[in-house]
Design a protein around this ligand. Structure first.
Ligand code: CO8
Length: 266
């Protein structure tokens, strides 16, 4: 199995794991990638060596292109159900991680990429020509048939930037530049690319001053309801998505979108 996620001790700070996505070319989230993310955060939760994790990408310029479109295009309902279950589990394990988690957003971060970033405790983004956001309404949004962000993805954004900004961002399917993202609290810091790691460590150092167990129990209390809303409906959510994404018109639109993406540079 290809290794899409690596975990290494940070070179400068003790107890910190650097989790890197490295699925060529754009870190899209296929079943294997999602499964590896889920396993990584599950293992980190019980690894006494680590108290914090920095999630980043091995490819500056791309943090994560979101869900792998080819895992949703031309697939059976069963395949999409299984793929979606992996997405749910990756989100649960990351969002509920006892570790201090920081997203070092070193590249574009649409859709599922934005979900990963929002599921961390803190976000630092490179001051580059890149963007972040939940653009679902604009993905395959042709002929009155497009994608809607699932409720738990909406919740994850809501918990960070509040109702008003989430309402606007989601309806518009808006992608934000680093400074726009900072303005609405979608990211916490914007800095030159080479400052992402130092700034992530700075945040972690601050949080490490708080006793570890009460901090993470508090984190879990804060996230409990949001996570429960999904865990009480894992099957319904995956089943709905499997049916929704296999609709004929949606699949046609997705075909056009995938084609357009592939032909962009030609
Ligand atoms: N999945 C699969 N392949 C992808 C994806 C993706 N998400 N994104 C890009 N690729 C492929 C391209 O097709 C291209 O392939 P090839 O080299 O074979 O032509 C290659 O990756 C490189 O892409 P680009 O040339 O576009 O690379 P750039 O560096 O110029 O741009 C971006 C990178 C910004 C990531 C750009 O590719 C992009 O915007 N991609 C689309 C991202 C996107 O729309 N993702 C949405 C996925 S949907 C999702 O995550 C949530 C769905 C919720 C479903 C709810 C159901 C109820």
């Amino acid at each position: 199995e290809a290794k899409y996620v690596t975990v290494e001790p940070d070179s400068e700070m003790e107890n910190v794991a650097v989790v890197k996505m490295q699925k060529k070319p754009v870190n899209s989230l296929c079943s294997d990638h999602l499964h590896q993310l889920a396993t990584t955060f599950k293992d980190l939760a019980s690894d006494k060596k680590y108290k914090a994790a920095i999630l980043t990408s091995a490819f500056p310029g791309i943090f994560c292109a979101g869900l792998d479109l080819l895992s949703m295009y031309g697939r059976t309902q069963d395949e999409i159900y299984s793929f979606w279950s992996k997405f749910q589990q990756a989100w649960i394990n990351l969002y509920n991680s006892p570790l201090i988690t920081v997203a070092a957003i070193n590249g574009n971060s649409p859709a599922g990429g934005c979900v990963l970033a929002l599921s961390c405790d803190h976000r630092v983004m490179a001051d580059e020509k890149i963007s972040i956001g939940l653009n679902e309404t604009k993905v395959v949004g042709l002929m009155n048939c497009g994608i809607v962000a699932p409720f738990w993805v909406k919740d994850t954004m809501l918990n960070v930037i509040g109702f008003r900004e989430t309402d606007r961002a989601l309806q518009q399917g808006r992608m934000f530049s680093p400074s726009e993202a900072k303005d609405i609290g979608l990211v916490d810091k914007v800095a030159p690319l080479d400052q992402l790691m130092p700034l992530s460590r700075e945040y972690i150092a601050e949080y490490l001053k708080v006793p570890y167990v009460p901090r993470y129990l508090t984190k879990q209390v804060m996230r409990e309801e949001t996570i429960k809303r999904l865990t009480s409906k894992l099957h319904e959510d995956a089943d709905f998505t499997a049916r929704f994404l296999t609709q004929e018109q949606l699949q046609k639109n997705m075909g056009v979108y995938v084609q357009a993406l592939a032909q962009k540079k030609k």
